[in-house]
Structure formats: C-alpha cells, structure tokens
Design a protein around this ligand. Structure first.
Ligand code: HEM
Length: 475
C-alpha cells in the first residue's frame, strides 16, 4: 500500500525552527542531514515555515528520482533571482532560468563545454594560470619566517579559480594572482564576497515576505547591489571582447577564439542572455572549485603516504613534463583524489528538485510540485555505499577491470542528468592540472599552526577554519 506524505516521519516545524534559526543550523546543514536520516529514516519530511521539504538520503531513491526526470527539471524556487532580473530588465542564466528558456540556453552551452575533449583545448590557457599559481605560492611562502608556509590556502585557490574560469569564459586574464590586483578585479571580488556573505541573509530574504522589506530592507538591498556588481563586470568583459572582434572584422581578419567569441559570433543567444550566463557561470565556478582544491591539498598534507603514491604515479606517467587535459586519462589517482575529496567534502552537500509529476518514492506518494532535497552528504557517508566512509582513500575510485563499477549515486557531487553541473569538465580540468603541477613541484605539509579543520555550511560546504599549508620544494 502506498503511504501518504501525512504518514511520513520527520522533525516538527517547531523543532526545525529552533534548530535552524536559534541553534544556527544553517552552518551545520550537512550534519543535520546525517542526524535526521539516522533518526527518521532515509526519506523524511521537514517544514521551513510554509515550505514543505521531502529529504531523501537513500542512494537508490536518489537514482530513481534523477533517472525519471522530465525534459526541463527544476531545482528549486528561484523567485528572488528572477525578481532582481525583472527589476533590472535582465535575462536569466542557466542557474535561474526554467522551462523552455532554460532548455534553449542549455542546448547551446552543453555543445561547447560538456565533453572532456572540448574542454581539453583550454589546457594551455589553464596551464598559464597554474604557472602563476606556482609563482604565487613561492612569493607567499618567501614572506614567512620559515619560508615554507602559505596561510589560508583558500584565499589563494579562490584567486586561482577566478583567474582560471575567467580565462575560459571571458578569454582574458584578470590579474588576480599578481602582487597588485587591478582595481576592476578587486571590485568584482568584493561583489562576489558580498554575494556570499549575504547568502544567509538572502536565504532569510527569500523567507521574508515582500511586504516586510520596507521594515527589514538590508538583505534585499545587499542582494541587489551584489548582483549589480557581478553583472557590471560581465558586461565590461563581454563589451571588450566584442569590440576586439569588430575591429578584426573591419580589417577582414579571421576571427578565432574560445567560448565567448563563439557565442558572440554565432548569436545563438542574445547579448542579455550572454551577460546572464557569463555572470552565473562565473559565480558558480569560483568558490566550488577553490573549496575543493583547499580540501584536496589539506587531505594530501594530512596523508603523506597517499600523497607519495599519487606523486609516484604523476612522476611515472609524466616525469617532469607539464600535464595536459589528455594526460589526465592516464592519471587515475589524480582523478581519484578529486572524486574522493568531493565525496568527503561535497561542496554542495545537498541538491534540490521540484517534482514535475506525481511520484512514488520509498513507498510514499509524492504529489507534483513537491520540493525534494537530495542528501548527497549523507549518501556519501553511508557505509553501505562506501566501506569505511570516513577514510580518505583515493584508490577506491580505481576500477579493477571493465566490469567493476565504482561510480554510484552515493556520490554525485556535480549532480546528474540534463540539469547537472555544466561546468563540471572545466572545474575538473582546472583542479587536475593544478594538483598535478603542485605535486610535481612541492611536498605539501600541514603547518603546525593548523589544527583539525572541520567543514561548515555557508551556502556551500567550506573549511570551518583557515587551512595553512607548507610547500616544500621537491628535488
Ligand atoms: C568543484 C566544482 C563544482 C562543483 C562540485 C559543482 C557542482 C554543481 C552542482 C551539484 C550543480 C547542480 C546540479 C544538479 O542540479 O543536478 C551545479 C550546477 C551548475 N554549475 Fe557547477 N559545480 C562546480 C563547478 C562549476 C564551474 C567551474 C562552473 C562554470 C564554469 C559551474 C557552473 C554551473 C552551472 C551554470 C550550473 C547550473 C546548471 C543548470 O541549471 O543547467 N559549476 N554545479
């Protein structure tokens, strides 16, 4: 017999209210996911004010939901994003768009950046950024007494990720890894920080009804002004590229270029759509990649024997040669390192879907229009999916033979299916190339000033304290 939502277990609305607003549950979303699935089972319901959410932390149920998706899946309520865009007369981008509008943009972009081989062509550009990263490590450590420590490594990876994704998206360098960061890039970084520091407040802003805004105006104002900053930056860079292209056309020269050039020349999207997508992709591509790099290097530093094994693989395959995207296929432990990092620290500890039709999941009837929370952190930490789930074992991702399946729905850090992460291959290229070169050049150690670093959720799963690492030259 199929049960109703009414019969589904879960914490009471009051308990949730206290947990999230009083006990600051927003910074422990990943832990609460685990606690609740242990207490109520692998499918349970919670209430956030008027919003009912059905959480799923069973691998097979997650698979069922994602495998039976319709043509235009919806992640969650994007009203506040849409409202800003309507207010300013701007387009939605891939993250905020829905339905046919989304499908049209997705079809354009997926042809350009979804396959590893399409993205491998960016290897030289990304490697140029990696060179600057390595130089920056050397500069930063030389400023310390021990000549080895880099403090708060995420600060550095943030700049690397921004520079990397901008090289690919805007076909330009921003100078984030220079001693003096250009003013425009500094302003952009400030807007990005404001967007994330106001993440919590905008979550409250989404929960705060519009009529309360005159009384509590700050969250909405900050939300709008950080979007203004992000859009302005995209407009400037798109305009710059456009004028370069025009000049070339006037001279009758051949137009060659990357992603942005392609979009501007083919006109499959209009200018507003290009601005919106450039803005949303840059927003989605910086913190995600930098947190993952921070955790990867932290885990390597904490596990010297594993670090040595991965180094030996790199050394065997490449010698001292600079890696390219094509080489990564022959570096299974480098790929395992990134997969295992994202299993232990999935930057998006959970994901959402709004059901587009009635479903039966786990024996419950779930009506169309229900908000689901897919609990990736819980499934990643489930003993049934990953033996000894707390242990860092990059080699668990290496296939023993062709029939061996290590990939499963227990860990899908980039989501799954037609609405999955469009930047996955870009992110992987940036992380694989950076980690390989860092291992070629340095022995990475934890600084004695760094105690155990735990994760906290701040929109994304991020390091709860600064990670300080020592970079010791390899001979
Ligand atoms: C470690 C790095 C990254 C992780 C773990 C990550 C993870 C994710 C996840 C889980 C989603 C939701 C997928 C779903 O709903 O099924 C997503 C969506 C998205 N990501 Fe990423 N991401 C990363 C890097 C990037 C980068 C570098 C870019 C841009 C170049 C990017 C652009 C996007 C966009 C535009 C979407 C929305 C796609 C859509 O709705 O069609 N991401 N990402």
């Amino acid at each position: 017999i199929v049960k109703t939502l009414h019969e589904m277990p879960g914490p009471s609305a009051m308990a949730n209210l206290i947990e999230f607003f009083y006990r600051d549950g927003f910074s422990r979303i990943h832990e609460i996911q685990l606690e609740h699935s242990q207490k109520y089972g692998k499918i349970f319901k919670s209430r956030f004010g008027p919003q009912l959410v059905v959480s799923i932390s069973d691998r097979d149920m997650v698979a069922q939901v994602l495998r039976t998706e319709v043509a235009t899946p919806q992640r969650g309520n994007m009203e506040s994003w849409k409202e800003y865009r309507d207010l300013r007369g701007r387009s939605t981008g891939l993250i905020s768009a829905e339905g046919d509008e989304w499908l049209k943009m997705r079809s354009v972009l997926r042809q350009l950046i979804m396959r590893p081989k399409d993205v491998a062509v960016f290897s030289p550009d990304v490697n140029a950024v990696v060179d600057d990263l390595v130089e920056r490590v050397k500069t930063l450590r030389s400023q310390q007494d021990d000549r080895q420590t880099v403090h708060n490594i995420n600060d550095l990876f943030f700049k690397y990720a921004m520079e990397g994704v901008a090289t690919i998206l805007y076909e330009t360098r921003l100078g984030c890894l220079e001693n003096e960061i250009p003013k425009m890039s500094q302003e952009y970084i400030a807007a990005l920080h404001l967007m994330f520091s106001s993440f919590k407040t905008t979550m409250y802003a989404g929960a705060i009804p519009k009529w309360l805004r005159p009384i509590i105006p700050k969250p909405w104002e900050e939300f709008c002004s950080s979007w203004d900053g992000l859009f302005k930056f995209s407009q400037i860079h798109v305009a710059k590229r456009l004028s370069e292209i025009k000049k070339k056309m006037e001279k009758g020269e051949e137009i060659k270029g990357g992603l942005l050039t392609h979009m501007l020349v083919t006109k499959e999207m209009n200018l507003e759509e290009i601005y919106a997508n450039m803005t949303e992709m840059l927003l989605a591509g910086v913190d995600t990649t930098s947190f993952t790099l921070s955790w990867s290097t932290y885990l390597l530093a904490r596990h010297p024997i594993i670090q040595q094994e991965i180094f030996e693989e790199v050394d065997r395959v490449l010698g001292g040669r600079v890696p390219t995207g094509e080489d990564v296929a022959h570096l299974p432990l480098i790929r395992g390192l990134v997969k295992e990092t994202l299993r232990l620290f999935p930057v998006l500890p959970g994901n959402g879907r709004v059901t587009q039709e009635d479903l039966i999941v786990g024996g419950y009837f779930i009506p169309k229009g229900t908000q689901l929370a897919l609990c990736h952190y819980s499934t990643s930490m489930d003993e049934e999916n990953f033996p000894h789930p707390g242990e860092f074992r990059p080699d668990r991702w290496i296939r023993k033979d062709a029939s061996d399946r290590v990939d499963n729905f227990g860990s899908i850090p980039f989501g799954y299916g037609i609405r999955s992460c469009i930047g996955r291959r870009i992110a992987e290229l940036e992380m694989h190339l950076a980690l390989t070169q860092l291992l070629q050049k340095f022995h990475i150690e934890v600084s004695p000033q760094t105690a155990d670093v735990c994760a906290k959720t701040h929109g994304l799963l991020c390091p709860g304290a600064p990670i300080n690492l020592r970079f010791v030259d390899r001979k």
